[in-house]
Write a protein that binds this ligand. Structure first.
Ligand SMILES: [Zn+2]
Length: 311
């Protein structure tokens, strides 16, 4: 009799717990997300697009911070100790050059995926008045886990690979491979998501190509030279205001203003992560204006459309 009531109670309970517990009934347990981490917001966006509901992503460099100067908090370091996979940009961004070694020591089981695998790094362009805007002076490249397969030389290379949708494509492939390795059971799910996202990236690439074809002025002025790969892929020329990662001197400024006038440039691009003061000085001098474009967007595709609209 007792048993009957117990069964009845269970039956009633099951009948009164509606659809909200559906997923748990199907799998027998709540869906467990894989804890993963990455350095920058756009790569987190790629990871979310491939990993979907199966991943929980921690981003180390928060919105508004610069990847060249940010340091992780103790809270972030302990979140990293719980992570299974780290998706590093891999192109020599300073945060990773400074912190990857510690992050790996902090969690011996962390799988590290180098998102830059297969991407050819380009030289930081000899832009700016004196030439050689070596703004990311990478000193130590020996800490990278890709050492096993022959590490990349980062010195004097442009780390901003993600700002070209064609590079983003390669990064998304690497991310998918990393997720499948970490969670082979859900391979089909990741591959399907990846294919969908790659189609969106290809569409974006075509849109940018079409839209920039019509732009008359092929040179553009930008405070922080994050758009080298973008410029290469769409036949534009990036001119940096920053010289060797620093504010330009008065002499540098004068030379940049000369160049801008000669090229008929009206817009000075600036990033929300950097102080726009010298961009404003130049804009005033050339009778132009400062326009913000974000090199570390949370929504990659949406942001790239916005950026292209400003050219
Ligand atoms: Zn940068």
């Amino acid at each position: 009799m007792k048993r009957f009531f117990l069964l009845l109670a269970l039956f009633l309970l099951a009948a009164t717990v509606p659809a909200c517990g559906k997923q748990e009934q199907e799998t027998g347990k709540p869906a467990e997300k894989i804890a993963v981490a990455t350095t920058i917001l756009p790569v987190a966006d790629f990871v979310k697009n491939v990993g979907g509901e199966k991943v929980a992503v921690t981003v180390l460099v928060p919105p508004g911070a610069s990847v060249h100067t940010y340091e992780p908090t103790p809270g972030q370091m302990s979140a990293l100790a719980e992570s299974r996979v780290y998706f590093m940009v891999g192109s020599g961004v300073e945060f990773e050059l400074a912190w990857m070694k510690k992050i790996i020591e902090n969690n011996k089981n962390l799988e590290v995926v180098d998102c830059s695998r297969g991407i050819q790094l380009i030289d930081l362009e000899a832009s700016g008045p004196e030439g050689g805007a070596e703004d990311h002076g990478s000193k130590d490249t020996k800490i990278l886990p890709s050492d096993k397969e022959g590490h990349k030389e980062h010195r004097g290379k442009d780390p901003h690979i993600w700002l070209s949708p064609r590079n983003a494509r390669v990064m998304v492939e690497n991310i998918c491979t990393g997720l499948v390795q970490a969670d082979p059971e859900n391979k089909d799910y990741y591959v399907r998501n990846k294919e969908n996202y790659l189609r969106e990236l290809d569409q974006l690439d075509r849109e940018i190509e079409e839209s920039l074809k019509k732009v008359q002025k092929r040179s553009f002025l930008v405070f922080h030279p994050a758009w080298g790969y973008f410029a290469r892929d769409y036949q534009l020329k990036q001119i940096a205001v920053e010289v060797a990662g620093k504010e330009p001197s008065a002499k540098d400024l004068a030379a940049i203003i000369d160049t801008a006038r000669r090229e008929g440039i009206q817009v000075v691009f600036a990033s929300p992560q950097f102080n726009p003061q010298s961009a404003e000085v130049i804009a005033r001098e050339i009778g132009g204006r400062v326009v913000f474009i974000d090199p570390l967007p949370e929504n990659y595709i949406q942001n790239m459309r916005l950026v292209v609209g400003k050219f």
